[in-house]
Ligand binder design. Structure first.
Ligand SMILES: Cc1ncc(COP(=O)(O)O)c(C=O)c1O
Length: 402
């Protein structure tokens, strides 16, 4: 069957392919430790599960309005005011089956063919693939280790052209764990306003911040009306499979996204929305406990990872990833790059990770190799075991690794 031309431009998220590979290897009897996918191994807090089950029992199983049930939209507006100090009307909020569809719909509503859109590289791969699908021109904004994986303002200024329509940012950041400071966001906002751009601020890790407070671009003067602020229940409340995220933005954009929802999935499952409402109302303690555990895991991984010869990494300020420089390891093992290292570690050590290019092509002049390691997906003991296995595999010649 002949697929449409635009499908040629559609990329993917390699993490899902690795997830499948890990499942196949596990079924075949191998003991694989997966640090590849950005998914907490915590179960959804009981109070949220109970709310979902009760909603199903109470027959909340029909369609809902496309933009979401009014109680949840109102609560989302309150939550955004509590956490970001930004006042949205409930009509300026929307609920969708995850942050990912909101990125998709947001771009669908904003990108014209030929429009340049700036996005972080390394970064969540879906930004680039959707911009291309829509006929836009993805313009990668390098995040360099020497800048703590924050963008450089001068580099950003050089990338803005008369064809630039908008910019996507992600803070706390996947895959590097960096956070964009309030001062940097203010400088970014100046550029956005000066060039009359729109912004998408992907804040799905907003609750997973280990230093200071994460601050939203949308909270800066003049930015609320030109920013689509996207957040999700997936990471904060261990609700990845429930499929629910939310956004705040201008009424026109929110109404546009609502129409796109009507044209595609119709709405988010009503019982999922009711469970999410309970998450915002009653699961703060659960969230705080999960965050504490994640912080402990972060500290443990930090202590153990840095003892691996040839590996260096910064301590993530937010999200749940280490983005480790493995250039020397690749050289020592005679591997062409981090993709080969990813394969090597899966085969020889039974540890699944993601390589540099899962987060976009290397930018010009980039000569380091990286892997991303999620510390959310398994217990402290398994994390320690994974790091020992990696250490053995990179310090022992291939043939001796069991
Ligand atoms: C930066 C970023 N944005 C969005 C998402 C998708 O979140 P959701 O599960 O809400 O679709 C992810 C998930 O990995 C992510 O890392």
């Amino acid at each position: 069957m002949q697929l449409s031309k635009k499908m040629e431009n559609l990329g993917t998220e390699v993490a899902f392919d690795v997830l499948e590979e890990v499942a196949n290897l596990t079924t075949a009897g191998r003991d694989i430790i997966s640090l590849a996918i950005g998914e907490p191994n915590f179960t959804t807090p009981e109070v949220i599960k109970e709310a979902g089950v009760a909603a199903i029992r109470n027959d909340k199983t029909g369609y809902s309005p496309s933009a979401g049930i009014s109680e949840l939209r109102e609560r989302v507006a309150e939550y955004l005011s509590e956490t970001r100090d930004i006042d949205y009307l409930s009509s300026e909020t929307i609920v969708a089956p995850g942050a990912k569809p909101l990125i998709f719909y947001g771009l669908l509503a904003l990108v014209e063919p030929g429009m340049e859109v700036i996005y972080p590289n390394p970064g969540f791969p879906i930004y680039e693939s959707v911009i291309e699908l829509l006929g836009g021109i993805p313009v990668p904004l390098p995040l360099r280790a020497e800048n703590n994986f924050e963008f450089s303002l001068s580099e950003l200024k050089e990338l803005i052209s008369p064809n630039t329509g908008g910019i996507i940012i992600n803070s706390p950041h996947n895959p590097t764990g960096s956070i964009i400071s309030r001062e940097k966001l203010a400088l970014l906002a100046d550029e956005i306003i000066k060039h009359d751009l729109w912004a998408i601020s992907d804040e799905v890790y907003s609750e997973l911040v280990y230093i200071d407070e994460a601050f939203s671009l949308a909270g800066l003067p003049g930015m609320q009306e030109r920013t689509l602020l996207i957040d999700s229940f997936s990471k904060s409340y261990a609700m990845t499979g429930w499929r629910i995220g939310f956004a705040g933005g201008s009424k026109e954009l929110i109404d546009g996204i609502s129409k796109l929802i009507t044209n595609s999935v119709s709405c988010t499952a009503t019982f999922t929305q009711l469970a999410a409402l309970t998450a915002l109302e009653e699961a703060r303690d659960d969230l705080d406990q999960m965050k504490k555990k994640l912080e402990e895991r972060r500290d443990l991984v930090w202590r153990h990872l840095n003892r691996i010869p040839g590996l260096s990494c910064q301590k993530p300020a937010g999200s749940y990833y280490f983005y480790a420089d493995v250039t020397d390891i690749c050289k020592n093992l005679n591997l062409a790059g981090s993709e080969e290292l990813q394969k090597y570690l899966l085969k020889e050590a039974g540890v699944a990770l993601l390589h540099r290019e899962c987060f976009g092509d290397k930018f010009p002049g980039e000569d380091r190799e990286y892997i991303r390691l999620s510390f959310a997906s398994c217990s402290k003991d398994r994390l320690k075991e994974a790091i020992s296995r990696i250490e053995r595999a990179v310090t022992t010649p291939k043939s001796q690794v069991s």
